[in-house]
Design a protein around this ligand. Structure first.
Ligand code: FRU
Length: 463
């Protein structure tokens, strides 16, 4: 019903109505992908959290299902917060955080958070099984359990905020999904890296381990200790004596405006996939005018190659391709070349030859609000948005990767843009809000020339 609206996506998972935040319980179970998500079905604003639910055969085309979890018990009275899913002997089991406000809604200084279990035989209807883990002493913020099975045990990481307001990831070991013991503090923030580490995830990739988390309150230059949210990862190895040694500190995962609370899971064939919420707590959300807010990113395959963490859309996304338009290699010189009059659902792959490009700025633009361009002098790639009607006017950027060829793979879906740079070395994901009649997609070069050595574009399925 929301599809007629200007911003509702064609091929990204968004709520059927109402509010969505974090992806939860991503899992491949008995031949089907399940995505649950933080959901408020009754309004376009955050509220008592439910778990929305959708299923898919290919991670790309989703079918909405009835809400899987609703708050209401004494232990999850004010919300079924984020968590994960596992299969336990054929049973689809959800482990989530029961959230209770002790001193009125929104008062973060008095809350109760516990980890809870719900199970399903048919993958559709869930029965709550109650509380399975309570917080250690002195920890109040204790949420977003991510559970997996390894070496004959269950394991769980939980995000926490310690008494000195530093984020932590706590590791628990279970003999069953109902019986957990504290194992260790897996990682701990310093004063600069966030007061609470939300949505932790811990998984092997290549011969390393990745610890993803979404810190609140990262200190950055210029914004000292604001309520900044950022999603990122740390890399490390297990050392003898069962010590997890972090070999690379916190790195941002995606460099766009809207990417938070990613969760990983393994695809049918073992690929490590992540999906994030494509919004941020600080974001302005103009789609609320249409009665909904929030969508998820495309599913992305994570790999480590030559020491680099790469993130590319899963290959299933290519099944969305419809009309193919190869672009003629060309030198753009101080002008604009239109690719499409009305880009609603589009993929475009551009290869720029940087050694033959001296333009001050070149790249693509959509309408008059979005541009993704190389700034030659700054040696950076920018994603810049200008939707002043909504008070949105800001840009994000990354350092240009080394080498003379720059490949940009760009997905546009109504109110989102996702840019994959050089096969996933960097990504930038942002929400965009062009008006329906301002969606012309063009290439441009300003003050000088830019050489497009190869290019392809596709319209994508909107069914
Ligand atoms: C992250 C988060 C989680 C929490 C959920 C509540 O975006 O704050 O820590 O479980 O959202 O909706």
């Amino acid at each position: 019903p929301l599809r007629g609206n200007a911003f509702y996506p064609n091929f990204h998972l968004a709520p059927p109505a109402g509010w969505m935040n974090d992806p939860n319980g991503l899992i491949y179970h008995q031949g089907v992908y399940h995505a649950f998500y933080q959901h408020h079905p009754f309004s376009e604003n955050w509220g008592p959290m439910h778990w929305g639910h959708a299923i898919s055969k290919d991670m790309v085309r989703w079918q909405h299902q009835p809400v899987a979890l609703a708050p209401g018990e004494e232990f999850d009275r004010d919300g079924c917060f984020s968590g994960s899913a596992v299969h336990d002997n054929g049973t689809l089991s959800l482990i989530y955080t029961g959230h209770v406000w002790l001193n009125g809604e929104g008062n973060d200084s008095a809350i109760r958070e516990v980890q809870c279990l719900a199970t399903s035989q048919d993958g559709l209807h869930f029965t709550k099984q109650g509380v399975v883990l309570t917080p250690p002493e002195n920890i109040m913020h204790f949420r977003d359990p991510k559970v997996w099975q390894e070496d004959g045990h269950w394991w769980m990481v939980v995000g926490a905020r310690d008494a000195s307001d530093c984020g932590q990831v706590l590791l628990y070991k279970g003999t069953s999904l109902r019986d957990w013991t504290f194992d260790r503090v897996l990682a701990k923030a310093d004063a600069a890296s966030g007061y609470m580490w939300e949505c932790p995830d811990f998984f092997p990739l290549g011969d390393e381990n990745i610890l993803m988390c979404s810190p609140q309150g990262i200190r950055t230059q210029g914004h000292d200790y604001q309520n900044l949210f950022q999603s990122g990862y740390l890399r490390g190895h297990w050392q003898p004596g069962h010590h997890f040694e972090i070999t690379q500190g916190f790195m941002e995962l995606d460099h766009g405006h809207d990417f938070y609370a990613p969760q990983s899971f393994t695809a049918a064939d073992g690929r490590r996939i992540i999906i994030a919420w494509m919004d941020m707590w600080e974001s302005v959300m103009p789609s609320k005018e249409e009665g909904w807010a929030g969508c998820l990113t495309l599913p992305r395959e994570l790999t480590l190659r030559d020491g680099k963490l790469l993130m590319v859309p899963v290959e299933e996304v290519c099944t969305l391709r419809r009309e193919h338009r190869p672009l003629t290699p060309c030198v753009l010189k101080g002008h604009v070349q239109q690719l499409s009059e009305n880009a609603q659902a589009t993929e475009i792959i551009l290869q720029w030859d940087l050694s033959h490009s001296d333009a001050e700025r070149f790249g693509i633009m959509l309408g008059d609000g979005l541009s993704v361009f190389v700034d030659k002098q700054a040696q950076r790639l920018f994603l810049s948005r200008d939707y002043s009607a909504y008070g949105i006017q800001d840009s994000r950027s990354v350092v240009l990767p080394e080498g003379n060829l720059l490949e940009l793979r760009v997905y546009i879906d109504r109110s989102s843009v996702e840019v994959f740079v050089n096969q996933g070395e960097k990504t930038l994901s942002s929400r965009i809000y062009p008006q329906p009649d301002k969606r012309a997609l063009s290439l441009f070069a300003e003050k000088g020339q830019a050489m497009l050595s190869q290019g392809d574009s596709w319209t994508l399925s909107t069914e």
